[in-house]
Ligand binder design. Structure first.
Ligand code: C5P
Length: 400
């Protein structure tokens, strides 16, 4: 189930041109199953119409503090009290100052003062206003109180100046909301390291030996782990896909680079999900110059084996280790052999022939307690279902 499903989100929209981007956020959150109550400040209504948010969320847009009696409860307090998260986007310099000062003179400030839910603010303003000592101090005050204040993006502002003050894009806000909601999830407080994609082993400055791994599964696992509360380090080989927001991304190219990134990341890890397709061999050395064609002569590459990264961590028993096995034959026997040989706590096997290039995948989960399977399903939902299975086994492992 999507972490946003059924969540109550209060979305405070303030008076900045970035308000138009928040319409997309309201839609994305609603489509993911959240109940989104939009509060618009008076100034916000000068940029975007309330009808836009009402149509996108399917709920009335709120603004008037005095128009909210709910079942006898005082409306302006009830809204904050039942929220799972309160988001202020765009957060103007004025709003940030008023919230930092503890004011409660309209519905948004009152809701924030009355809530015990996590509060997320996405500043958007002129770069000089953002850099002004007053705003800097106000942001520090809010962070000191435990509020999450996102860094604005740098770039071209609506008024054509360039600087730091743009509101982060809607998908970045959604990722930050997911991370906040996940804090109380089953992986809350745990550090999960995930490797994804394939490695590139250089032949010369322009060529490499690679493989067909897209990284999709590893990236989807990372997003799900974040949603369940984990602090996630994603060590990724070269891929073309957008990384999930609110995870620490470490980009590597070769197996040896991945090995050294892994050594750093697992220092305080609670779980390692070794999803990367690590090259088994690399050219003994990469040519310094581009290798030239010489008439009809062929080219022989001398390859040496790469270390098995996860097997190299076999004696590290302080974190839970999950490996993968894509097999073309004798799935169970081969995967079981790898579970033992590589010192894993769990291995996830799939039939390489049936799944490569296909939209769906069936997975077999093997640990020392036995074998289970996840039915064939689209790869997108398979990753979430798989992570839930991994978490269940991790929780059992913690008890031992
Ligand atoms: O032996 P095989 O490559 O099938 O094993 C796959 C598992 O081992 C995956 O979890 C993969 O990430 C890991 N692996 C590794 N280092 C290698 C090769 C594979 O950690 N050099």
């Amino acid at each position: 189930m999507d972490i946003l499903d059924g969540k109550k989100i209060v979305l405070g929209v303030c008076g900045s041109i970035a308000a138009y981007k928040v319409a997309q956020l309201a839609r994305d959150l609603t489509l993911a199953g959240a109940q989104v109550d939009v509060i618009m400040t008076e100034a916000a209504t000068r940029f975007v119409g309330a009808a836009t948010f009402q149509a996108l969320t399917g709920r009335p847009v709120l603004g008037d503090m005095w128009a909210l009696p709910e079942n006898g409860a005082v409306g302006h307090v009830a809204l904050g009290a039942r929220a799972d998260v309160v988001v202020v986007a765009p957060a103007t310099a004025n709003r940030i100052a008023r919230i930092a000062a503890g004011m409660s003179d309209d519905l948004l400030t009152t809701t924030i003062l009355a809530t015990r839910a996590p509060v997320l603010l996405a500043p958007a303003m002129n770069p000089q206003m953002y850099a002004s000592p007053a705003t800097v101090a106000n942001v520090a005050t809010l962070r000191g109180r435990g509020y999450t204040v996102l860094e604005p993006d740098e770039g071209r502002m609506a008024e054509h100046v360039v600087g730091k003050g743009r509101m982060p894009e809607p998908h970045t806000l959604e990722g930050a909301i997911r991370a906040l909601l996940g804090r109380s999830g089953p992986l809350g407080g745990y550090h999960v390291v995930i490797t994804a994609g394939g490695t590139h082993e250089p032949i010369d400055p322009v060529r490499y030996i690679g493989n067909r791994s897209s990284g999709q599964m590893g990236y989807a696992l990372a997003a799900r782990a974040r949603d369940l509360g984990a602090r996630v380090t994603l060590i990724s080989g070269p891929t073309a896909i957008t990384p999930p927001v609110a995870v620490t991304l470490v980009r590597v190219e070769t197996a040896l680079e991945m090995q050294s990134a892994l050594a750093d990341a697992v220092a305080d890890a609670d779980m390692l999900i070794m999803n990367a397709a690590v090259a088994d061999f690399r050219p003994i050395e990469a040519a310094e110059q581009k290798i030239k064609k010489r008439g009809d002569a062929g080219l022989t590459l001398h390859l040496v084996p790469n270390p098995d990264l996860v097997a190299g961590l076999a004696d590290r028993r302080e974190f839970f280790k999950v490996g993968f096995a894509a097999e073309t034959n004798d799935l169970l026997a081969n995967a079981q052999g790898k579970l033992e040989r590589k010192g894993l706590d769990m291995i996830v096997a799939n039939d390489a022939v049936l799944s490569i290039g296909q939209p769906e995948i069936a997975l077999t989960l093997i640990d020392r307690g036995g074998v289970a399977s996840l039915p064939q399903q689209p790869k997108a939902t398979a990753a979430a279902a798989l992570l839930d299975q991994i978490v269940a086994r991790f929780q059992r492992w913690l008890l031992h």
